[in-house]
Write a protein that binds this ligand. Structure first.
Ligand SMILES: Cc1cc2nc3c(=O)[nH]c(=O)nc-3n(C[C@H](O)[C@H](O)[C@H](O)COP(=O)(O)OP(=O)(O)OC[C@H]3O[C@@H](n4cnc5c(N)ncnc54)[C@H](O)[C@@H]3O)c2cc1C
Length: 278
């Protein structure tokens, strides 16, 4: 196996373009599991480890945006100013694996794998993140909704890699919650992120592990906006039920479709209630 260790993004994408079979390796927490189980047999690997440009993050209060490099780990997201300005992303990061996985695993790797159970992905969907992508000599940006195109499928083209993610700093409450078979070291059975914007009291909700892609509960969001009565317990329950109607869960080795739908209902009602109890 040939392992390349480029120092810059440009070198990395040149390598990907000239070695079409080469696979990107970041923290290796997904990649190496696949290699160990013989699901992936790489002959050429491009490691991102030495690319410092991918490990940067920046909070820009004047433009109300945060940029997080693809090589930023979960433990960095949890422990820096990122956690203050995008708290839902920090909450999601805290639920990933163990401290060892969070020290190695990266945001770019979560996007590379693009599993519907990826914990950061509902947050990126609810915040309408833009994914910054590099290829030799150019950069492009896509909305998260156009980036994730199926279960473990993203819209990266040959020779491209994720450079980072651009997120808005929203004035209002945001939170992430997930259900699994235990409290830690668990892949979600269902997850949800809710972002409430104080400016117009709108909400954005994204659901994980209940469809081939992350699902935005657009109908429930619109219903929330139409409500003129004061927010109440009944309203949160109704909102949760409406979010569950938009889930497209399946039954698999982790859970049943019915339980997943029920979990979405409970998670979304709770997130809505928390958003109102500030
Ligand atoms: C024990 C264990 C527990 C886990 N628990 C969770 C969990 O609770 N929640 C969760 O979401 N995940 C979990 N994971 C999965 C994994 O940790 C995450 O998906 C992590 O974000 C992967 O990042 P990485 O840097 O290790 O990526 P890698 O394993 O290096 O790469 C993953 C994929 O992304 C591609 N890739 C890497 N970098 C880029 C880039 N810059 N641009 C484009 N493609 C890229 C790779 O080619 C590969 O296909 C767990 C894994 C393990 C082993």
């Amino acid at each position: 196996m040939s392992v390349y260790t480029p120092q810059t993004i440009e070198e990395a994408v040149e390598l990907l373009a000239t070695h079409p079979d080469a696979m990107l390796l970041s923290g290796g927490t997904d990649f190496m599991v696949e290699v160990n189980f013989n699901h992936r047999k790489p002959t050429e690997v491009v490691s991102t480890k030495a690319i410092n440009e991918l490990k940067v993050w920046d909070v820009d209060h004047s433009s109300h945006t945060v940029f997080i490099g693809a090589g930023v780990t979960y433990s960095t997201i949890e422990a820096t100013e990122i956690a203050e300005v995008v708290p839902a992303l920090a909450e999601a990061s805290r639920t990933v694996g163990s401290p060892q996985i969070r020290a190695a695993g990266t945001l770019g790797g979560n996007l590379g794998t693009c599993s519907p159970a990826g914990d950061t992905l509902p947050v990126l969907a609810a915040l309408e993140a833009r994914i910054v992508i590099a290829s030799p000599g150019s950069h492009r940006e896509v909305a998260f909704a156009d980036f994730m195109v199926g279960a473990k499928k993203n819209s990266l083209r040959s020779g491209e890699m994720v450079v980072g993610v651009s997120l808005p700093i929203v004035r209002g409450w945001q939170g992430y919650a997930k259900v699994g078979v235990r409290n830690a070291m668990v892949i979600s059975i269902a997850s949800a992120c809710l972002v409430r914007d104080d400016v117009d009291d709108s909400v954005k909700v994204a659901l994980g592990s209940v469809g081939p892609t992350i699902i935005r509960a657009h109908d429930a969001e619109a219903w929330w906006k139409d409500q003129t009565v004061p927010r109440s317990k009944e309203m949160f329950a109704e909102f949760g039920a409406r979010c569950a109607l938009e889930a497209k869960p399946i039954t698999d080795h982790r859970s049943t479709a019915d339980y997943r739908r029920h979990a979405v209902k409970v998670l979304c009602a709770r997130l809505a209630a928390r958003s109102s109890s500030r």
